[in-house]
Design a protein around this ligand. Structure first.
Ligand SMILES: [Cu+2]
Length: 271
């Protein structure tokens, strides 16, 4: 009996002091899924870079579009930020590698990314022209740095959870990017096949949210079981409006040509 109490005491100690241990392999699972698009994709605007001859030169012979809505060949949606919104307990270690945004051809690569608090956000200027990286935050994650020289890099420490932080260039108004800032590493962004994968998730029940810059946020509930993979599907019809998205900042609404107060919360549930 005493031995059990000791073992229990040690377990409680471990749980209390090193939460990461409780998420060791064996007690975690994987969330995979895709973001389906069923509607008709609106046309993205052609970007006119004439204001900066260097940007024009870098994209010579190419037509560059504002990639607000990118529907992949397999009918899925690119650049959707998927993250665990509710249900996580404990603390998590941030990835050691910084998240990278590269300014190349006067466009942010990637357009949508995520970073964990404690992980650095690195912004690189790969262009032979001046970029000014300006984060517009509602949560205290603002920064504003000029990068006049090709190859320049700056690293930023973001402090507060924010879905999403908007990044803009004060020199090139078409440059827009989004960063999901989270207190945990359980996020992913859909790519060219519209899929996402979130690994090493502690077993439990969660609210998983998908966020798209034009179509807003959707949530599903998901249960992760140890050693298993759970599959989730989000679906957008194209009729959703980001204006009703509580995750949107006023800057974002202005980008989409609206300037209105957000009142109701229509976070459509797809269970
Ligand atoms: Cu720029």
């Amino acid at each position: 009996m005493k031995r059990w109490s000791l073992a229990f005491a040690i377990l409680v100690f471990l749980l209390g002091t090193t939460p990461v241990l409780t998420h060791a392999a064996g007690n975690t699972g994987t969330i995979v899924g895709k973001v389906v698009f069923t509607g008709k994709a609106p046309r993205n605007k052609l970007i006119r870079m004439g204001a900066d001859p260097k940007c024009l030169e870098l994209n010579r012979g190419k037509k560059v579009y504002q990639e607000v809505v990118v529907v992949n060949d397999n009918g899925t949606l690119k650049n959707v930020f998927v993250h665990i919104k509710e249900g996580l307990k404990g603390k998590f270690s941030p990835p050691k590698e910084p998240a990278l945004i590269d300014q190349k051809g006067c466009i942010y690569h990637p357009r949508v990314t995520g970073v964990m608090i404690g992980q650095k956000l690195k912004v690189r200027n790969s262009d032979p022209t001046l970029h000014n990286v300006h984060a517009w935050s509602k949560a205290g994650n603002d920064f504003n740095v000029a990068q006049p020289v090709q190859g320049m890099e700056n690293e930023f420490n973001l402090k507060a959870p924010e879905v999403m932080l908007q990044i803009k260039c004060d020199v090139h108004p078409w440059m827009i990017g989004y960063v999901g800032v989270l207190p945990h590493p359980f996020f992913a962004v859909t790519g060219d096949d519209g899929t996402f994968e979130i690994k090493n998730v502690p077993a439990g029940k969660y609210v998983l949210q998908a966020w798209h810059e034009k179509f807003g946020a959707k949530t599903v509930t998901v249960e992760v079981q140890p050693g298993k993979t759970v599959t989730v599907e989000f679906s957008y019809s194209g009729s959703e409006s980001a204006a009703l998205n509580p995750g949107f900042t006023m800057q974002e609404l202005r980008i989409h040509g609206r300037d209105m107060t957000i009142t109701p919360v229509y976070d459509s549930d797809e269970r």
